[in-house]
Design a protein around this ligand. Structure first.
Ligand SMILES: *Cc1c(COP(=O)(O)O)cnc(C)c1O
Length: 394
């Protein structure tokens, strides 16, 4: 079995490029060039040099001793929280800004929900001196004021999306409209392994540096490249794709994906796409999607803004359907407790997205000698207010 993308842009039944005809030239230009550009030695050198000098890679693979003792198995944390800007997202935006430059683009657009991808995009635009426009729902602009301020400080223009529910979906529609109107000078930086082919594959390749490093680091620490399990939270699925990538076709390595169950899978307030989703099309790709029986997209919910997405990337839809991946969903309450627990046991305050991945150990048991690598996708600074309210820490 091959769990990576095929030459048509599909992962099993999922993926493809379901786009309006007017977008075709932009997507096709990218599709024809992305692999060629990524394989150029100068591109590789510039990408890896920026990851090292600017992002701070390689990130440590940290053996979490006290956390491991508590759960009776060997737990390693891949410290993406130590990347510049505080999460894995910047690996992708660095890659895509270099791609945009190679394709002669001078103007960058992006959409953002909670603002993390907007900040990572504004950061690399500042770094490269490119114009940056970030579309964000009017409701999210209000809810995420600190990230809006960050983007502005970094020189980006934040454009408010005023249609529909005024959140991520509407910001995405505005970004797509912009791209259709500016087909020659503009590159659209998508923030996860979602969107029409080649985006899911391109983003997965940029994030694959995570598992590339894990292989080397684990060889040093454990004398073997392969852990027994790799674990990640899944919103769109980019940090997960990064830590699974070099293990996808290696059946010795178990793949565990953790989704947000919100207030409970069947509470009506959830983002557990694998449990609730049906085949559908969102943002230009065929995938699993939370929807009503007549095909309307269901509003997702999670306490964590980064997991609050009604779909998953096509790679993950296929990992689920094929049985290659084990999918677990974790409620808000269990995630919050796990975030607090890691803080107290290891001195690391994780992003609430990441806390979902840390919460599996009460129910999912591992053997004493199992090596379990969790992708610590981001740090918790951005979530401090949510932690404060939840635990009454003020
Ligand atoms: C955005 C984000 C996620 C979710 O996005 P993926 O594409 O699923 O990785 C997870 N963790 C953190 C810290 C994030 O900022």
């Amino acid at each position: 079995m091959n769990y990576n993308v095929n030459e048509k842009g599909y992962y099993g039944d999922f993926g493809g490029a379901y786009i309006p005809e007017m977008l075709y030239p932009n997507v096709e230009e990218l599709r024809q060039n992305y692999i060629k550009v990524m394989q150029e030695p100068e591109f590789q050198e510039e990408f890896h040099n920026l990851l090292k000098e600017y992002v701070g890679r390689p990130t440590p693979l940290y053996f979490a001793k006290r956390f491991s003792e508590k759960y009776g198995t060997k737990i390693y944390l891949k410290r993406e929280d130590l990347c510049h800007t505080g999460a894995h997202k910047v690996n992708n935006t660095i890659g895509q800004i270099l791609m945009a430059k190679r394709l002669g683009k001078t103007r960058i657009i992006a959409e953002t929900g909670a603002g993390q991808h907007g900040v990572a995009t504004a950061t690399v635009c500042a770094l490269m001196g490119l114009e940056c426009i970030v579309y964000m729902g009017a409701v999210d602009i209000k809810r995420q004021a600190p990230n809006v301020a960050r983007m502005k400080m970094l020189g980006a223009k934040v454009v408010s999306a005023e249609s529909g529910s005024k959140t991520l979906k509407d910001a995405t529609n505005e970004a797509i409209r912009d791209w259709i109107n500016n087909p020659t000078d503009t590159h659209y930086i998508i923030g996860s392994v979602v969107g029409p082919h080649p985006y899911p594959d391109m983003v997965a390749r940029f994030q694959s540096v995570i598992s590339e490093e894990v292989k080397k680091q684990l060889l040093e620490k454990e004398g073997r490249e392969n852990p027994d399990y790799v674990v990640a939270c899944v919103g769109g699925g980019s940090n997960a794709a990064g830590i699974y990538y070099h293990y996808l076709d290696n059946p010795e390595v178990g793949i565990i994906a953790v989704e947000a169950a919100g207030k409970g899978i069947h509470s009506g307030e959830s983002a557990a796409t694998s449990a609730l989703g049906k085949e559908g099309i969102i943002h230009g790709s065929k995938t699993l999607l939370m929807q009503t029986p007549d095909g309307q997209i269901t509003e997702p919910y999670s306490i964590s803004a980064g997991l609050d997405y009604p779909g998953v990337g096509p790679m993950h839809a296929n990992l689920f359907r094929s049985g290659r991946g084990e999918f677990i969903s974790v409620t808000d309450d269990d995630a919050m407790q796990a975030g607090l627990e890691l803080s107290k046991l290891e001195g690391i305050i994780p992003a609430i997205e990441t806390s979902h991945a840390l919460a599996i150990f009460n129910d999912r048991k591992f053997k004493k000698d199992d090596v379990v690598v969790i992708n610590l996708s981001g740090r918790g600074d951005k979530d401090l207010n949510t932690y404060i309210e939840y635990f009454d820490l003020a």
